[in-house]
Design a protein around this ligand. Structure first.
Ligand code: ZN
Ligand code: ZN
Length: 167
């Protein structure tokens, strides 16, 4: 999938700016996973600035993420905004570190995809202090205590107690 900005004119204008705006399907962008789904479309806005030496790309990704809380299993919707800023140089990109372009177009797809994926947390939780579900009865502990005895003895302590009993 491509997210192309035509920079033919901008290349001749040191100091010039070129705004861009995309609305792209998250499926095409290849950012969907089993753990989370982004609402269609993912929006990207920003501008390319010709600094005279590089093309400076800056913008913002606007996405709405749907996921199920890892702790309490509730479905959640989370609007996200992720800024990005990268310099592009002409060339064929000898290393992965350097964003490069060749010809009269910039392809922002990889930058947008990487930015969005890197910004996702390892775990999906509805709120930082989500208490999760009771392991005994499945009650949502965010809604109050269920009164179950959830005390799990430390296995090391239990082993010590066992030793004492054996004496
Ligand atoms: Zn939760
Ligand atoms: Zn319970």
């Amino acid at each position: 999938m491509n997210m192309l900005v035509n920079i033919a004119e901008l290349l001749g204008q040191a100091g010039g700016e070129l705004p861009f705006a995309f609305a792209i399907s998250p499926v095409e962008l290849d950012v969907q996973s089993q753990d989370c789904a982004f609402e269609d479309p993912v929006r990207v806005t920003g501008k390319v600035v010709n600094t005279g030496t590089v093309l400076r790309v800056g913008g913002q990704i606007h996405a709405v993420k749907h996921f199920v809380c890892d702790r309490c299993c509730k479905p959640c919707t989370e609007p996200q905004e992720h800024p990005f800023a990268e310099d592009f140089r002409r060339g064929r990109g000898d290393t992965d570190e350097v964003n490069s372009f060749d010809g009269d177009v910039l392809d922002l797809a990889a930058l947008v995809r990487d930015t969005l994926l890197a910004a996702q947390p390892l775990s999906n939780i509805c709120k930082p202090d989500c208490k999760g579900l009771c392991p005994v009865c499945g009650h949502d502990l965010n809604e109050g205590d269920c009164g179950c005895d959830r005390f799990v003895p430390d296995p090391r302590l239990a082993a010590l107690q066992q030793l004492k009993l054996d004496d």
